[in-house]
Design a protein around this ligand. Structure first.
Ligand SMILES: [Fe+2]
Length: 324
């Protein structure tokens, strides 16, 4: 895991990291198999399954078993001396503070966003990177082999959680909520279809992104790897494990990352991501509103039909999708 840098924006109040997300799924062993094949380290914790990356003790995801796949909450990390300021801001905003959900023991600040998605602000070490993540695009001199043999290709293990993309009924109001309450900043948006937000203390181009739907839900979680080669090998690794559906390989315009998405057993996605843009604490990133053609990919295969459907909404309502 990339360690926190001492750099910090002295003024302003904002969360520094996407600490972890929590998801219920109908089949916990199946989820363990999926994320294990993806290269994460699922660890049982009572009735929960924690998602870890190799060599790190940071829990990036908490899975519980439930009747259907459903985003349970999103936890953001804050500096300890900012915690009382967040509490005051929430109280002054008239936002109701809640108890942790049943089965979760945490003394963070629990609130719901305007979509009803449960959020936690907790004191935590800065788990978002302190600088742009290393990216390997090395070549070899003439006379040497560049690629490993298939038999010796490494197992791909993502380094950290980069971001999540969740659905919202109103992208504009959601940007305002996460700006005014959590202190995130807008990186880029495409009208009212999709928006990307970063942390003020230095983070990836987006630690959270929002796409329009008629209900909340998780679209994908994104995991950082070190090269385009690792993305390709990760896709092969998942196909060999029976998870070949998805989208990629390609390169995004907004965020610039190379990607390959793998569909999980519940119609959401895990993304292998490499070389995402980084926004340091001392850079005043100029956000823009981009045309729809720049919302998704610079190159790569056409997006498969149904890629942006909110299946959590379909499970609730049975219809009424809005994936424009
Ligand atoms: Fe992503």
């Amino acid at each position: 895991m990339t360690q926190a840098a001492p750099k910090r924006l002295p003024e302003g109040l904002g969360v520094h990291s996407l600490d972890h997300f929590a998801l219920s799924v109908p089949d916990l062993p199946a989820a363990g198999a999926f994320y294990g094949a993806f290269g994460l380290e699922p660890r049982a914790d009572g009735a929960k399954l924690g998602l870890y990356t190799a060599g790190s003790e940071h829990c990036w995801g908490v899975l519980t078993e439930g009747p259907r796949k459903q985003l349970q909450y999103i936890a953001f990390g804050a500096f300890a001396d900012d915690f009382p300021r967040f509490r005051d801001r929430i109280d002054q905003s008239g936002i109701e503070r809640l108890d942790p959900p049943p089965g979760f023991d945490s003394d963070g600040l629990w609130i719901r966003d305007l979509n009803g998605t449960l959020l936690e602000v907790r004191v935590a070490e800065k788990s978002s990177p302190g600088r742009k993540a290393p990216f390997d695009c090395s070549s070899v001199p003439g006379g040497e082999r560049g690629a490993p043999y298939r038999s010796t290709a490494p197992r791909i293990q993502p380094r950290r959680l980069s971001h999540v993309l969740v659905f919202t009924a109103d992208v504009g109001k959601t940007i305002a909520f996460y700006r005014d309450v959590l202190g995130l900043r807008l990186s880029d948006r495409c009208g009212n279809s999709i928006a990307f937000m970063h942390g003020i203390h230095g983070s990836d181009h987006h630690m959270i992104a929002f796409a329009r739907s008629n209900a909340p839900g998780l679209h994908h979680c994104s995991w950082d790897v070190g090269s385009v080669n690792e993305i390709g090998l990760g896709a092969m690794q998942m196909a060999a494990a029976g998870f070949s559906a998805g989208w990629g390989m390609g390169r995004h315009v907004l965020g610039s990352n190379y990607f390959h998405y793998v569909r999980d057993p519940w119609e959401s996605y895990s993304e292998y991501s490499a070389d995402i843009d980084y926004i340091p604490a001392d850079v005043d990133w100029q956000s823009s509103d981009h045309p729809p053609e720049d919302a998704m990919h610079l190159w790569g295969p056409e997006m498969p039909g149904g890629f942006v459907i909110n299946y959590e909404a379909t499970q609730i309502a049975g219809s009424g999708l809005d994936s424009r």
